[in-house]
Design a protein around this ligand. Structure first.
Ligand code: XIL
Length: 349
């Protein structure tokens, strides 16, 4: 029997003659995004080229957080975030907004100020209204609240949670109010709750699911849940990821993978072993497979795309090499597997 080589089959299935990229392979099934920084775009041509070539969505790694957006009580600085939005528009990319309320990235003036509950209530409302309106029509989805739960499922202490006046009552007071305010400021934006270390189940997962159920039941305007997915070789919840995403999509919510990376032990130059890079590829593959298997998982976003420009070495000592491209912007095994899986999903459409 005459057997066609795989490459010929792929050609016959009608993929374009241009080299495939993540964004071309994912087109029509999921958005493929990354965290990005405007400084890297302007100072590194390889960074900018790879970003525009491979991704159809970006999210400012820091530039929409309070600490960068709001240097003083009465001053917003949108310049850096606007630069990213411009880059996205020029390159036909969507923008995810991150994040309206978080217990971190609280500017000094806010964290150290003396506030009444009423002050904080007004600051929060004014912030959400100003920021969401500024980006209305540019940001298609917001992480409205980020990382509000402890591992045991209780709510985490933060300037917002600890000030009952910022909420509307009920167990999720400030979170609920943030969604209501964001929806009023841009009714077309998709509103997400985003968190980490719950993807595989456990008390934090149960707590987020209970909140999502409650919000859906009472008509609080929530559209989706962000699964951050910061993993190590030992922490990927491959067996439960799909089921846990479905728990939310069954409620009528979307799921986005928002901050995927898989950090590895590295040597003094930031390099991992070839074996670990292969295992890392399998783990990226598990996450992509899970998302593609769940209708309602509509975006896969990585937290940085090159080992040269990743947050991991600064935050986790002795670890790194967590992204899809190496320090020289060459594709790693994980990139190749993700591309193959996305291409397969496209072929199956
Ligand atoms: C991180 C950024 O990558 C760093 O550059 C910054 O110094 C701290 O924040 N979860 C989140 C992200 O939701 O906002 C965090 O980003 C990483 C963990």
């Amino acid at each position: 029997m005459f057997v066609l080589p795989i490459a010929a089959v792929v050609c016959l299935l009608g993929t374009s003659s241009e080299a495939a990229t993540l964004r071309s392979a994912a087109h029509g099934r999921v958005h493929i995004g990354t965290a990005a920084k405007p400084g890297f775009i302007s100072e590194d041509g390889r960074y900018a080229t790879t970003l525009a070539r491979e991704f159809d969505q970006l999210e400012p790694e820091n530039e929409m957080k309070w600490s960068l957006l709001r240097p003083a009580r009465d001053r917003f600085d949108f310049a850096a975030a606007d630069e990213l939005v411009r880059f996205a528009k020029q390159n036909g990319m969507l923008v995810r907004g991150h994040t309206l309320l978080w217990y971190q990235a609280v500017p000094k003036w806010l964290g150290e100020g003396q506030w009444t509950w009423n002050d904080l209530s007004q600051l929060m409302a004014n912030h959400i209204q100003t920021v969401v309106r500024h980006f209305a029509g540019s940001v298609y989805a917001w992480d409205v609240v980020n990382e509000a739960f402890h591992p045991d499922g209780s709510l985490r202490s933060s300037i917002w949670y600890d000030s009952p006046g910022t909420g509307v009552g009920g167990p999720y007071g400030y979170i609920e109010r943030a969604f209501v305010l964001a929806h009023a400021a841009d009714p077309r934006a998709k509103l997400f709750y985003n968190d980490y270390a719950f993807e595989g189940g456990g008390p934090k997962f149960e707590a987020i699911l209970a909140m999502a159920r409650d919000f859906k039941k009472r008509g609080v305007p929530i559209n989706g849940i962000g699964f951050q997915c910061h993993f190590t070789l030992n922490s990927i919840p491959a067996a439960t990821l799909q089921k846990n995403m479905r728990a939310f999509t069954d409620l009528g919510l979307e799921v986005h993978i928002t901050e995927l990376d898989v950090r590895l032990p590295v040597d003094g130059t930031g390099h991992a072993t070839p074996q670990d890079l292969e295992r890392q590829a399998q783990m990226y593959g598990e996450v992509v497979r899970a998302c593609l298997a769940v209708r309602g998982c509509s975006a896969i976003q990585v937290w940085g795309f090159s080992d040269a420009r990743s947050w991991i070495p600064r935050f986790f000592s002795g670890q790194g090499a967590g992204t899809l491209f190496d320090q020289e912007f060459r594709p790693k095994p994980a990139y190749r597997l993700v591309l193959d899986l996305l291409t397969g999903a496209a072929a199956a459409r």
